[in-house]
Write a protein that binds this ligand. Structure first.
Ligand code: ZN
Length: 222
């Protein structure tokens, strides 16, 4: 599996996947551990501050399950690296915190026809989406959030997030990834799950493929 982003979502996702006995886990993140990360990024300890996140993560994961092979990519992946990493994975978890990366990961998953489990959390709100792009009729991330849409970029680093909420979403990403990998149950494909932590409410809505989406429809690709 490939996990893009070793932050609030990537940490719990990686921890559960490693503990579950995943064969190979590739973690991609170019950041170093900051003291403020410890509030939610549960793979890191106070002594990890200043260290590359993926290296600190690999150390913690090896302590949980030494048999899992963790590949640490200590950089923000460009399009080429991303495509290579995605093509080598069975399932991709997008645990990043910005739209540019989410769209780049989505494009790579569409091109390589890989299942994508996408998560996002900010303040008291979170989203989880599964795009089973191995199937031609599945929607992609851009069907839901078009690449050219004007969006307000808000990040946990500046806006804050309720720590356990990132744990909930990251764990659910790991769960959906395991379901996709093993073929157990019905993956939450084509659905957007929205969590309102303040009200304690979960909602789920169906997402259809957008026939005008410029990313996942071959005829509309530039
Ligand atoms: Zn699409």
């Amino acid at each position: 599996m490939l996990i893009v982003g070793a932050g609030g979502l990537g940490c719990p996702a990686a921890l559960y996947l490693a503990a579950s006995g995943l064969g190979r886990l590739t973690l991609a993140d170019g950041d170093t551990v900051d003291l403020t990360n410890l509030q939610r990024q549960i793979l890191y300890r106070a002594e990890s501050v200043g260290a590359p996140k993926v290296e600190a993560a690999r150390g913690t994961l090896a302590g949980v399950n030494p048999e899992v092979r963790v590949v640490a990519l200590n950089k923000r992946l460009g399009a080429e690296d991303l495509s290579r990493a995605v093509s080598a994975a069975d399932v991709v978890l997008d645990c990043s915190d910005n739209f540019a990366t989410r769209h780049a990961v989505n494009r790579a998953c569409v091109l390589n026809r890989k299942a994508l489990v996408s998560g996002a959390a900010i303040r008291f709100d979170a989203q989880l989406m599964v795009f089973d792009l191995t199937k031609r009729d599945a929607p992609c991330y851009a069907c839901l959030f078009p690449e050219d849409a004007e969006v307000e970029e808000v990040q946990c680093a500046t806006m804050g997030v309720l720590a356990p909420l990132t744990g909930v979403v990251g764990a659910m990403q790991a769960m959906e990834a395991i379901k996709l990998l093993t073929g157990i149950g019905d993956p939450a494909s084509g659905r957007l799950m929205v969590i309102d932590a303040k009200r304690g409410e979960w909602r789920s809505m169906k997402v259809s493929k957008d026939p005008a989406c410029s990313v996942c429809n071959p005829g509309t690709q530039p």
